[in-house]
Design a protein around this ligand. Structure first.
Ligand code: NAP
Ligand code: MG
Length: 737
């Protein structure tokens, strides 16, 4: 629960690169905020912290951590919430196991992760660990809809310093392949509930009725969808695309979202592994089953498990030789697209490929045209249309392109991203029915064994809030505003039935267009190509996809995006960028003590957080701090103070020195608050006078290995020593803190 000790601003403690950066940046933020009597505290949502919070009875008093995620889940439902949310690990099983092993090594007596739980204790441990898997944090915190855009300083910087883009040519063989039916898109049915209801989902088969899920409750006005993807249609489609790829002479690639869509997408991925190795599964199916091999964990795990079976290995080699070349995650190490389900994630992989001129990396370490397989048609048309647009028009010019902002329906686990508890791999052929407590059969589908059936929903209050947010952004910007909704898709038709009357009631219907994703993609690309701007008003999945696609094309990265969650109860959640926790950056720091993480997303979120505090609490000092943060962020961009990628060159810590300096200089220069100006004038002067010494101390730290005392659970003192290596700078920052 929130209590009197809730800080004014909560800065989340997370994992990997952003957590390393926080060790350097947070002391600066706390020091500056304290001058305005604003407290900035942390809550721990790191994977290690979340594991520790799950097993209090196994730990000493000193080791225990409260369940900060649950506390934050309550805080975000209060009007005073002001949370800066950095990216955290959405744990796969291997990451979870690695974190457990590390904590055990540090003396935390937590149980092993039970792969096959047998005893009650193991089942209990497994159940607790299961709650930590996948995307377990964002759905709890995102009690609001999303407003994502490039801050104007960031956009201007990208136009003035355009990044390199691969050439697109009209004869590119790259294309997007999707099923021609029997997918989630075509099988979808949807209805809006007139009154509150509780549903159960049952499977009726020849041998009786199985309850797949009971007690799913929805408030009145909820849009409830149901759909399924046919396993046999998927298998046939994948087999066909593998053959077509070979005939076309391109790379075979599959693009899924196995992290977020943690139930459905690993299954689809498994079908692709099975299709790829179909002759092996046909011949050795029983043996593979005996060895516990399913395709769902990927080709990497499969190869490990059959390593001692020469006959199977030979068969795999034979099949592989006959297959088209595969799109690679790491061609040096032989890691293919199908090795690990979470290696190729569609929202990052497709924009990277499009930015590269439609090229993927092949097994020969060279770039090639690629067949991009995205089985379901719900969102694939976005990428298909983008590919077609660039083939016809050539690459985007980031120097002149306008911007696509996003208003995304996200609150309360909206749409597919909230569907995991109601997604099932059908165990036997029959009829799936979704039955309401008054006996109404809301939805039903005839299914076969192996089909993937799911129900997703979107609640009324979030939908209305989302439309209002769109109205406000359109009014604030005057940009061309498009609802990306397909009148011919069942779910979208229900949403349109909400959207149109709300726009009409607000008298702004003429300011908005409604287009299916394909048409909206084309319209948006045409708009930004002309140097004009547009707002994409989308559902939850497209919010995720588009806030990588357009930023990566416009700015080269989504990490610098402003990402605001307008909490429905009035609070603010400020996500830092739209990217993740960059594990590769940690590897580099450990090896050569250089951190290439760019904290620009944190700077942008911090500015917004102060401004929000200023408005919410009528706190004039918060506004002064916030405006000075914006000036400092601009200073970082204008003077090119972002981290370099190479050891020996300025890194994340140097950028924090400049950030502190520009921030102090802006505070010293302003005249709205004399006390703050007086306090920060000497800080600014000291940082400037000692520039050479500080930069030298920071540079001297680089080059060797860095020990932070843990990957998932670093040692605070060691981490601080690595990330704050300038005694001169620490002296200036810590004085008066
Ligand atoms: P990622 O962390 O975004 O990293 C992909 C690459 O993007 C990085 O290697 C880096 O490129 C670049 N990048 C991202 N943020 C950057 C920044 N601030 N500064 C400079 N470069 C940046 O994506 P991922 O590897 O797919 O995911 C890693 C982890 O993040 C996973 O555990 C995932 O679950 C988690 N994740 C969390 C969130 C969230 O909490 N909101 C969102 C997405 C992913 P270079 O290596 O080329 O420098
Ligand atoms: Mg994304």
């Amino acid at each position: 629960m929130t209590n009197s000790s809730t800080p004014d601003i909560i800065y989340t403690k997370v994992d990997e690169a952003p957590e390393l950066a926080s060790a350097s940046l947070l002391p600066i933020i706390q020091r500056f905020a304290s001058a305005a009597n604003i407290s900035v505290g942390t809550r721990d949502i790191s994977l290690a912290g979340r594991i520790i919070a799950k097993f209090p009875e196994s730990l000493t008093e000193a080791q225990r951590i409260d369940d900060h995620l649950a506390e934050l889940g309550d805080i975000v439902k209060t009007p005073a919430a002001n949370v800066i949310k950095l990216p955290n690990i959405s744990a796969s099983v291997p990451q979870l196991v690695a974190a457990i092993t590390e904590l055990q090594g540090q003396g935390y007596a937590i149980p092993d992760y039970p792969e096959n739980p047998a005893t009650d204790a193991e089942k209990e441990a497994r159940a607790r660990y299961d709650t930590l898997k996948g995307s377990a944090v964002n759905p709890v915190l995102r009690e609001g809809n999303s407003d994502r855009r490039a801050a104007s300083a960031v956009k201007k910087f990208a136009q003035d310093n355009p990044h390199r883009m691969g050439e697109w040519t009209a004869d590119s063989k790259t294309r997007v392949a999707s099923m021609d039916g029997n997918d989630f898109f075509s099988n979808e049915v949807s209805a809006t509930l007139a009154k509150a209801a509780t549903a159960k989902i049952v499977l009726e088969t020849a041998s009786g009725e199985t309850v797949l899920k009971d007690g799913v409750s929805y408030p009145a006005g909820t849009v409830v969808d149901a759909t399924f993807m046919s396993a046999s249609a998927l298998g046939a489609f994948l087999a066909d695309e593998i053959e077509k790829t070979k005939a076309e002479g391109t790379l075979f690639s599959l693009h899924m979202k196995a992290t977020m869509m943690k139930v459905s997408d690993p299954i689809i991925f498994g079908h692709a592994v099975k299709a790829w190795l179909a002759p092996v599964f046909d011949k050795f199916g029983d043996k593979l089953e005996e060895l516990g091999v399913s395709g769902n964990a990927g080709l990497g795990t499969l190869l490990e498990k059959v390593a001692g079976e020469p006959e199977i290995m030979a068969a795999i080699d034979e099949v592989t030789a006959a297959r088209p070349p595969m799109y690679m995650v790491d061609s040096d190490k032989g890691i293919t697209n199908l090795h690990v389900p979470s290696d190729v994630i569609i929202d990052a992989s497709m924009p990277a490929l499009i930015r590269a001129g439609g090229k993927g990396w092949g097994p020969d370490g060279k770039e090639s045209d690629t067949n991009c397989v995205i089985p379901d048609n719900s969102y694939a048309p976005v990428y298909d249309e983008a590919v077609k647009f660039f083939k016809a028009n050539g690459k985007l010019n980031p120097a002149t392109a306008g911007t696509v902002q996003n208003i995304g329906l996200m609150a309360q686990k909206a749409e597919e991203y909230g569907s995991h508890p109601t997604t099932f791999e059908i165990p036997a052929g029959g009829i799936v029915k979704m039955i309401l407590d008054d006996g109404t059969v809301l939805h039903q589908h005839t299914v076969e064994r192996g089909d993937i059936w799911r129900s997703a929903s979107a609640r009324k209050a979030p939908i209305e809030d989302w439309v209002n947010l769109a109205i406000a952004r359109q009014k604030a910007t005057g940009f061309r505003s498009i609802f990306w909704l397909d009148a011919s898709r069942a779910h979208d038709a229900e949403l349109i039935a909400y959207v149109k009357p709300l726009l009409e009631a607000a008298g702004v219907a003429d300011k908005f267009e409604i287009m299916a994703p394909r048409e909206a993609t084309r319209a948006s690309l045409e708009t930004i190509t002309k140097g004009e701007n547009t707002i994409a008003i989308t559902g939850n999945v497209l919010r995720d996809y588009l806030t990588d696609l357009f930023p990566i094309l416009e700015l080269a990265t989504s990490a610098k995006m402003l990402s605001i969650v307008k909490l429905m109860q009035g609070g603010g959640l400020f996500e830092t960028g739209a990217g993740g926790s960059a594990p590769k950056h940690v590897q580099q720091l450990q090896a050569e003590n250089h951190l290439r993480w760019d904290s620009l997303g944190e700077f942008c979120a911090l500015g917004e957080s102060f401004m929000f505090l200023a408005d919410a609490q009528n706190n004039a000092k918060a506004r002064v701090l916030g405006e000075a943060v914006e000036a400092a962020t601009q200073g970082i961009l204008d003077n090119d103070r972002s981290p370099s990628r190479k050891v020996g060159e300025p890194d994340n810590r140097d950028s924090h020195y400049w950030f502190a300096r520009y921030w102090a200089e802006a505070l010293a220069a302003q005249s709205d608050d004399a006390a703050l100006a007086t306090e920060f004038a000497p800080v600014a002067a000291a940082l400037a006078e000692n520039e050479a010494a500080i930069i030298a101390e920071l540079a001297a730290a680089q080059g060797g290995a860095a020990d932070t005392g843990g990957y998932f659970h670093p040692d605070a003192a060691k981490l601080a020593a690595v990330m704050r290596p300038s005694a001169t700078m620490n002296g200036i920052i810590d004085a008066g803190a």
